[in-house]
Design a protein around this ligand. Structure first.
Ligand code: ADP
Ligand code: MG
Ligand code: ZN
Length: 477
């Protein structure tokens, strides 16, 4: 039977604050175990938390960027559970009054745009990390991550395919990075997601029973986990067996998920208001100042590229995916008359070099440099091949393109007299190829072009060479 897929996501993002949420310890990935800790974040009795203002600001900014209602009054709650990575035996989180509610993100997946509603965004503290020791049977605990500020973004079960969920995650990541709220490095665990998924027969109004998958460490793992879960649940339903409401652990190496806990052993967290922190009241002016401080977000930029620059929706979408690339494009666009040509260079050469240098590495080019290179090409002073070579050099040395062309003698040869002489010589020397050409063999033309290019070290004006050859060869008919 064919089932409709229903997906809801819970996404955790670590906030890019300098210090932790309730103490002055460094919020920094890595470091020797237990070196970014103090009595507050390692859960000593009698200490008091002090709320990090920047963390609240980032949580609110995330909410604004995701079209949420910002709650004027919110508070913190204790979520009680025992686990060795949680030294206080409770996590300070938000239960009934989170900072943000009722948002949405319009997600483009393939040809379709659909609205994914955001139920809530709350602020909480991260837990530590268990380290399974490689020198014995024991497990160690590293509290460096304890107290790192986190937001949890909870969606409504609005996604209907793994593709749509993946597009949501990609666009969410892009927005969080644009807003400066989180660096979203999945490999460092600063963006993590739990996948809730259920199936129902098409046309059925009620949702099916869902499972929740944890330990999904990359977007591609999320995609694999969802597809696995769809197959697993469909098989159960086809066999007339019930899907259990349970939490499962995804094992990406094995490509399978395993039961972690069932509904019966679900936690009762005994939430209660955190007595050591006062509720937070946000003034409307403060909220508005944060709204005004948000940069232009990817969707708005994409629309602007369509309207102002006449780019295709696809190209514009590619350009805005990462702020660094989009900022670079914008800076160049101010200097380049042909936006489409610029777009091709950025999506082609710039993204290629950036990928070589490692995902998310900075763009070392100056916008003026790329603009000057495109001008040299446009004015016919260098060939396309030369433009590519000069680009390579600029990427590593940061030099001015005109200086590279000058130094390496790369200027395009547009001299019709000189090239005409060369063409005549070559035609004289290769009577067989001339015969082939006149007999209709198109490869003969390519042969002659290749010879001219070789003789001029690739600097001859391609178009001019073609014209001269055509004329010369026809004259031998
Ligand atoms: P809990 O508090 O038990 O985690 P929630 O109702 O808050 O449950 O839902 C958690 C996540 O599960 C949300 O992202 C929500 O969209 C998703 N979800 C809820 N019901 C379903 C369902 N039937 N199928 C898929 N996802 C669901
Ligand atoms: Mg949950
Ligand atoms: Zn601390």
């Amino acid at each position: 039977m064919d089932y409709e897929v229903v997906i809801g996501l819970e996404v955790h993002a670590e906030l890019a604050t300098k210090s932790k949420i309730f103490c002055g310890c460094k919020n920094e990935f890595g470091g020797e175990p237990n070196t970014h800790c103090c009595p507050v974040c390692s859960g000593h009795p009698g200490v008091l938390p002090v709320l990090n203002r920047q963390a609240v600001e980032y949580a609110v900014k995330a909410g604004l960027a995701l079209n949420c209602q910002i709650q004027r009054f919110s508070k913190f709650d204790r979520k009680n559970y025992f686990y060795p990575d949680l030294p206080k035996a409770y996590q300070i989180s938000q239960f009934d009054l989170p900072f943000c509610k009722d948002g949405f993100l319009d997600v483009r997946a393939g040809e379709k745009t659909s609205r994914v509603r955001i139920n809530r965004i709350h602020l909480e503290e991260d837990a530590g990390k268990l380290v399974h020791s490689e020198w014995g049977s024991g497990t160690l605990v590293d509290y460096n991550r304890c107290g790192v500020p986190l937001i949890e973004i909870v969606t409504e079960p609005d996604m209907r395919s793994p593709e749509e969920a993946l597009a949501f995650l990609e666009q969410l990541k892009s927005i969080l990075k644009y807003s400066g709220v989180s660096d979203c490095k999945m490999e460092q665990g600063s963006l993590r997601c739990d996948v809730n998924l259920s199936l129902r027969p098409f046309g059925q109004a009620e949702f099916g029973v869902r499972s929740e998958m944890k330990n999904v460490n990359s977007f591609s793992a999320a995609f694999r986990a969802m597809n696995y879960e769809i197959k697993r649940q469909a098989k159960l339903l086809d066999e007339g067996k019930p899907v259990e409401q349970e939490t499962r652990r995804w094992d990406d190496q094995k490509g399978m998920s395993f039961v972690m806990r069932t509904k019966e052993d679900a936690h009762d967290y005994r939430y209660f208001p955190e007595p050591d922190l006062v509720p937070v009241v946000l003034e409307q002016d403060y909220i508005e100042s944060l709204r005004a401080s948000l940069p232009e977000l990817p969707a708005a930029r994409q629309a602007r590229y369509l309207e102002e620059y006449g780019l295709s929706e696809y190209d514009a979408g590619q350009l805005v995916a990462e702020k660094e690339v989009s900022d670079f494009f914008d800076a160049c666009a101010a200097l380049c008359p042909d936006k489409k040509e610029l777009c091709n260079w950025v999506l082609g050469e710039v993204l290629r070099k950036r990928k070589e240098a490692g995902e998310e590495s900075p763009v070392p080019l100056r916008p003026e440099g790329l603009a000057a290179l495109l001008a040299l090409y446009r004015e016919g002073r260098i060939s396309q091949k030369t433009a590519r070579d000069v680009f390579e050099t600029m990427w590593t040395t940061g030099e001015d393109p005109a200086a590279i062309v000058e130094r390496e003698g790369l200027a395009q040869n547009n001299d019709a007299g000189e090239l005409g002489g060369l063409v005549r010589e070559l035609v004289d020397q290769n009577p067989q190829a001339v015969k082939d050409f006149l007999g209709g063999n198109t490869k003969a033309m390519a042969f002659f072009v290749g010879q001219v290019m070789k003789a001029t070290k690739g600097k001859a004006n391609h178009k001019l060479v073609n014209e001269l050859l055509q004329k010369e060869l026809e004259s031998r008919r």
